[in-house]
Design a protein around this ligand. Structure first.
Ligand SMILES: [Zn+2]
Length: 491
């Protein structure tokens, strides 16, 4: 089977101060490497999962683009046009194909484009015509539009937050698409919006049980797939909300009914499933009064994986103020401080002005005297089961607090960020990580005492603080909105 396969991943944070240009996109598999067949080292990347699955299934893969960028502000128009044209050019040159598989984020925005995924899928449809099936894999932090559901044959989002199931979701999509190509299936998509904004951890009840039940409904009575779309609450546009997306085998009415019922259920759980977080001092007190160590405190709002800079000092300053001993924090994004550290070298002791540079929400820089413990550029952390290079980092010591200083922005997802520098995490009382929830998969293996903190930042859990201008209203928690199954009170 000839499959046109493409990857374009960027989560937009409308409030992020960080611009997004072509330099921010990483080419996941260089075209020349793909042509030479040097692909094994890329095979375990979560962001190349569709391509890898197609290769495993023995399909003839025609590569589109494979690009990924760390979340930030909407993409510049120039960059978006350049990326889109490259994708279209490769699709036009692909010749006859049996299906299109796209791995997209679902919350990508660009200057002049609120709905990049809808725009891309529509343009792909216009080129391949109505007969070639288009299948789309999404991050569950996606905002679904009619341009997406009208132009794709199948849409499947991952089900887990943290997103440890991209592989499983990709297998489901590839399998359903192959059966669609061979006319065994006739997918019908229904989407029921849920008027709420939030982050919903699938590691906690009642979300855990809800996801398991939805998974058990798939493959029965003609239901092919069910995706709970959590929405991307920091994308400020008209389709920003949660939802339920159901694909049935040829029965639109059934898909509509199941989606509407599950949407009602999803909404009714909103208070219980909203991600918890505590003010900085409360979070640190809770962590330190726990009975197992190291405790892990997440700096949710300064998560680079959600479009925040990763240079805020609120947690670091609190640790220093409290005189905390045996603590470590990862990471503070500060290329200038990193440069000074490299000049001084391992073992050096230097005055340093650290972090707090990108915006007011980053807090004040921390002025300190730092001892340099280690400098490395080969540390890899585990992200969704695969190893990811975090770029050049240094470990420094400021009193009782070890700090990882980073040259590049990255979300912390595994303890390797500390242990790679020789920091013994089991000897620490407190570990602070810049991540909202993806860290929990690996850090729960070393800690049973995990607390989410709410410092200032660009992706916190209090949605009443965002200066929204376009989000549809009423929407919970901005409004305590009524919600009826037919959507009459919310459209
Ligand atoms: Zn996500």
């Amino acid at each position: 089977m000839r499959v046109f396969c493409s990857t374009l991943l960027h989560e937009c944070n409308s409030f992020s101060p960080l611009p997004t240009t072509m330099d921010d996109f990483q080419q996941l598999i260089p075209v020349d490497q793909a042509e030479q067949g040097n692909e094994r080292e890329y095979a375990d990347r979560h962001d190349l999962v569709l391509r890898t699955l197609c290769k495993s299934a023995g399909h003839d893969v025609i590569d589109g683009i494979h690009l990924d960028a760390t979340p930030s502000a909407p993409i510049s128009k120039k960059t978006y046009h350049a990326i889109r044209e490259l994708l279209i050019e490769r699709l036009r040159a692909a010749g006859s194909i049996d299906m299109v598989l796209l791995f997209l984020h679902g919350a990508q925005m660009a200057e002049g484009y609120d709905d990049c995924e809808g725009d891309i899928i529509s343009r792909v449809r216009a080129i391949v015509g109505p007969e070639v099936p288009i299948g789309v894999l999404l991050d569950l932090h996606c905002n679904i539009s009619s341009a997406m559901t009208d132009n794709a044959d199948l849409i499947v989002a991952c089900k887990e937050y943290p997103h440890v199931d991209f592989h499983e979701s990709g297998i489901l999509l590839e399998n359903l698409m192959a059966r669609t190509v061979s006319k065994q299936l006739r997918p019908a998509i229904a989407f029921a919006p849920v008027p709420m904004l939030g982050f919903f951890h699938t590691t906690r009840e009642p979300m855990r049980g809800f996801v398991e039940r939805i998974r058990s409904l798939e493959g029965r009575h003609g239901i092919l797939s069910i995706s709970l779309t959590h929405g991307c609450p920091v994308s400020d546009w008209a389709n920003n909300h949660a939802g339920v997306l159901v694909v049935s085998d040829g029965d639109e009415e059934q898909a509509d009914t199941v989606a509407a019922e599950l949407a009602q259920e999803f909404f009714e759980m909103r208070v219980e499933i909203a991600a918890p977080s505590f003010p900085v001092r409360v979070a640190l007190d809770r962590a330190e009064s726990g009975n197992s160590f190291p405790a892990v405190v997440a700096d949710v709002a300064d998560n680079p994986g959600g479009g925040s800079p990763g240079d805020s000092t609120h947690l670091l300053a609190a640790l220093i103020d409290r005189g905390t001993e045996r603590a470590a924090i990862a990471s503070i994004w500060d290329p200038i401080a990193f440069e000074h550290i490299c000049r001084a070298g391992t073992g050096g002791r230097i005055p340093l002005r650290l972090g707090g540079k990108v915006s007011q929400l980053s807090g004040a820089p921390v002025d300190c005297t730092a001892t340099i413990l280690s400098i490395r550029d080969d540390i890899r952390q585990v992200t969704f089961g695969a190893l990811e290079n975090i770029g050049p980092t240094a470990a420094i010591s400021i009193g009782g607090v070890d700090v990882i200083v980073a040259r590049e922005r990255f979300q912390v997802t595994s303890p390797d960020v500390f242990t790679g520098h020789g920091i013994d995490v089991s000897s620490k009382r407190l570990l602070v990580v810049k991540s909202a929830h993806h860290f929990i998969h690996e850090f729960s293996k070393i800690s049973g005492n995990i607390v989410h903190a709410s410092a200032p930042g660009f992706i916190g859990n209090d949605f009443t603080l965002y200066p929204y201008r376009h989000v549809p209203r009423p929407v919970w928690p901005l409004d305590e909105t009524p919600f009826t199954r037919d959507g009459a009170e919310w459209s």
